[in-house]
Design a protein around this ligand. Sequence first.
Ligand code: F6P
Length: 546
Amino acid sequence: MISPSRSKTWQKLASHYLNLHQNGTTVSKLCNNDAQRFENYQVKIDGVLLDYSKNFVSQQSLSLLRDLAKEAKLSDAIKAMFRGDKLNTTEKRSVLHVALRTPLVDADPRYNADVQACLEQMSGFVKRVHDGLWKGYTGQAITDVVNIGIGGSDLGPAMAYAALQRWKIAHIDTHFVSNLDPSHMHACIDSLDPATTLFIVTSKSFSTLETRQNAELARKWFLASSGSKTHLDKHFVAVTSNIEKACEFGIAQENIFPMWDWVGGRYSLWSAVGLSIALGLGMETFRQLLNGARIVDEHFRDAPFEANIPVIMGLQAVWYSDFVGANSQAILPYSQELALFPAFLQQLEMESLGKSVEIDGSRLLVPSGPIVWGSAGTNGQHSFHQFLHQGTHYIPADFIGVVTPPYPDDADQHNLLLANCFSQSQALMEGKSQKEAFHELVAQGMDEAQAYKLAKHKVIPGNKPSNTLLLDSLCPQTLGSLVAIYEHKVFVESVIWNINAFDQWGVELGKQLSEKLSSALNSRAPCVAFDPSTNGLINYCRTQND
Ligand code: F6P
């Protein structure tokens, strides 16, 4: 692979950006000077429309970005992923989350077989729980499911469960506990009945501190009421690749659902990691989610780059990070049901793209993935949108809207929501000039001298780019598509930057240090082993707790 900044097209893109900038091009001019801009800058797949007409890109920018993708051999990389090549080079692993939802043609057939067997195991289990045939230790059916996991073993299922509440199985409540803070577990279990609660310990490694501790806490709570370890297997199941550790914990081998080393944690909601989704929302809903992702897998694999949603979005992300100078990306779902989507994307994007070396270990010479943040509109409009409109940072935004109202009786209110979504992207693009602000104030009756002063504060620079992703409706299929779009977008970025999107060595150091620090916190002797700041913090807590 060629280092991105050493590719022939890199310099062309840099000069192209300068030209656009110097000749006064703005997003608004690009958009308003082309009556067909909306038609020419959109891609529609089943249930999802990407409108990228409000971006700081011309046809020439897009063509150069596609050249960059060709130089980076993006097509070969996509084929390699679907073939099961070990693209996660530092861990020597394939990255086959696509196999979880799309039958693979060119890869080893064992992947398809493993996935089908897992789906059958999940389906049988879910049916028994839903039908009340899976009994707790008192002979009662399960009413509450608690997923214990963190990161990829929590964020995806929790987000999907929240987003698809309209598909909830009426007699099962599902909960998600992730934080090491015991208050998280207590907030969940303190109102539950151990006799009707089922815990899913979801951890690929079965050694993550948070999950291990929370599972122990749940087991202690359960044993305090059931009184016997013999009942554990009726109330604890696991999703893991570490069968030995799960068995040691007390989970019966037949109640362990597989995770494979060829699926990364943050790409795993499609595997048995989604068991909480299937239990909470039904197996059919889970299959529809997979179906939505399959639609995008096939689109990503087969569509030409110019009409390929993840490719377009991935290349745009490179454009904004490396040529336009953005280091942040806002994710703005105009749907309360998608409120957890920005948090899910934070892990997907930032754990995947937060890298500073290329595949061969050499230093990456250009900025990689941006900071990803956001929250559900319209709430964000009353907190951080001020920063987007008038702050000094340049922040591309992805707006996500839903066309069909989830509650048809409240269609008018839903239309207000959509109007706010579209007006925000319009305001970001168009802004407001000092002259416009001045005339507005004078028209409202303000005297000219005052209006002149105040108008300066009312200027909104505009020229801020955005995408709008419109889901025909928010349903399991379109949610699956939405997530898969971002997964593949991240892959495109990683290929251009020539980085490994599938490892996460950066999280290791903190884990190692926390073990040493926790023994110091538990010790009675004053801590002198670390730096003065860390010693000070530890000693302060030790003495306060004495
Ligand atoms: O934060 C590091 C990480 O390894 C994530 O990549 C992963 O999703 C999470 O921890 C949980 O890991 P596990 O499923 O092994 O408990």
